[in-house]
Design a protein around this ligand. Structure first.
Ligand SMILES: Cc1cc2nc3c(=O)[nH]c(=O)nc-3n(C[C@H](O)[C@H](O)[C@H](O)COP(=O)(O)OP(=O)(O)OC[C@H]3O[C@@H](n4cnc5c(N)ncnc54)[C@H](O)[C@@H]3O)c2cc1C
Length: 418
């Protein structure tokens, strides 16, 4: 089933045109070959070399088409090869391009490269743009973001113990990270390091610095790719052992690493949520399609059963609330209002709604729902993972409550209109 994207009356022509052009590529060029795009195999065997090669060729053909349609890299400014979209335009495009799992990468947006690119655009020097950003954007390099540590709570970035000490004109880095996604493919890592006394209670949040570390630097030891959901992968455990890099590899001023990480995560959470909404949209279409065609006991279609109708209604409510909440949050960010409570709210609500919507779609499809023949099983794992990555649910709930209570303690109540 094709994604049904029509012009939205409240959006301007430019965004509507972008959404329609994106949907055209998704519907006409991605969905028909989706099962061949990623070298998947459903026969329980490893994909053959020809299958993998065919998948690569197909992906390149679609990427060329996307570039030809000027829909490449919506997250980047034009001077860095992107579309130069505003924050809202990008958000509205994301829900369309994520209808097919993995399609974002065909539009030049691949985590963690996309987050790293944004940090490099904002904090990088001209030399860093030339050396790291340009090849990353042109697809000649890969990158990873190395912040979480196995022995410290990733949900509290202040717990990081990886340290970088200045020795002359070099940073010397020692530490232990894991879940550095894309670690095997990466040519360089952006490593979050402590660069001051962690026991200093003053400005603790500020005493972090992000440092670019090329993978081939002596002392960078990739221990393993941590298996996720039972599969080996590229979420790497890495020991940094006396790793020396030039001082100019630091991103921004010393001590701004925490701020940079917040910048990365704030906008990123809105984009992730719009991506989740695109995936929910797909799961919903798949679910309804199956209900309309599957005959069950008594010769009736699934759509005639009230349990199933309840699934449609509940999923509709989940998707609409998740989408409107995310758009409200994005509008708040764009207007310059303080969006922190709303960012935390969508970070909790949207992955949970995504989880429920995909769960129902899987149930409706029965065994096929958990098979590799449909994108639902992958979506389910993605939705579950999102409840941990980028800050677990509980941490964001705590933040919401703190922000709200602070306001009430100051004698104000909450204005839900803003
Ligand atoms: C697939 C995947 C990819 C990832 N990619 C990257 C990457 O590229 N780079 C990177 O640096 N990291 C990455 N991460 C790591 C991710 O950001 C962390 O897992 C996340 O921040 C949580 O940290 P933690 O795992 O150490 O959990 P912990 O901090 O140990 O928290 C565990 C649990 O404790 C509870 N909890 C924590 N704090 C509180 C609190 N204040 N109140 C109540 N309950 C609480 C929550 O339920 C939480 O889930 C990735 C993770 C996954 C799963």
């Amino acid at each position: 089933m094709a994604m049904n994207v029509r012009p939205v009356a409240t959006l301007d022509n430019e965004v509507n045109d972008i959404r329609l052009a994106t949907a055209e590529i998704v519907n006409e060029h991605i969905l028909p070959v989706e099962h061949r795009l990623w070298g998947w195999t459903t026969g329980g065997r490893r994909a053959s070399a020809e299958t993998v090669e065919e998948a690569r060729t197909l992906r390149h053909e679609i990427q060329d088409r996307v570039k030809g349609a000027r829909l490449w890299a919506p997250h980047l400014p034009k001077e860095f090869g992107g579309m130069g979209l505003s924050f809202m335009q990008h958000a509205y495009m994301n829900e369309v391009l994520s209808y097919s799992p993995g399609a974002a990468s065909l539009f030049g947006v691949v985590a963690p490269n996309s987050g790293n690119q944004k940090i490099l655009v904002k904090y990088g020097t001209d030399e860093q743009h030339e050396q790291w950003l340009k090849p990353l954007t042109e697809g000649r390099m890969q990158s990873a973001f190395s912040m979480t540590e196995p022995h410290n709570a990733g949900s509290d970035p202040r717990s990081i113990t990886t340290r970088a000490e200045l020795d002359g004109d070099e940073w010397v880095i020692n530490g232990h990270k894991w879940f550095t996604s894309n670690g095997y493919a990466a040519d360089f890592f952006i490593v979050m390091c402590r660069t001051a006394d962690p026991d200093d209670p003053v400005g603790r949040n500020d005493r972090m610095t992000q440092i670019i570390v090329p993978k081939d630097t002596p002392g960078v030891n990739i221990v393993r790719g941590v298996p996720v959901w039972g599969r080996g992968g590229s979420h790497c455990e890495i020991v940094y052992d006396n790793v020396r890099v030039p001082r100019e590899n630091q991103l921004g001023r010393t001590g701004t690493g925490h701020r940079a990480a917040q910048d990365r995560l704030g906008a990123g959470r809105v984009y992730h949520c719009m991506n989740s909404i695109g995936s929910m949209w797909r799961a919903f279409d798949l679910m309804v399609e199956r209900m309309m065609t599957r005959e069950v006991h008594g010769g009736e279609k699934l759509e005639e059963k009230q349990f199933m109708q309840g699934f449609i209604a509940d999923s509709y409510i989940d998707i609409q609330s998740a989408r409107l909440m995310t758009i409200h949050c994005a509008e708040k960010m764009e207007s310059g209002a303080d969006p922190r409570t709303d960012i935390s709210a969508i970070k909790v609500f949207v992955p949970l709604a995504f989880h429920r919507v995909v769960d129902r779609a899987i149930q409706v499809w029965g065994a096929a729902g958990v098979s590799g023949d449909l994108p639902l099983a992958g979506m389910y794992q993605g939705a579950r993972t999102l409840r941990i990555a980028d800050g677990p649910d509980e941490v964001h709930r705590v933040l919401i409550a703190k922000n709200i209570l602070r306001r009430y303690h100051a004698g104000e109540s909450w204005d839900f209109g803003n």
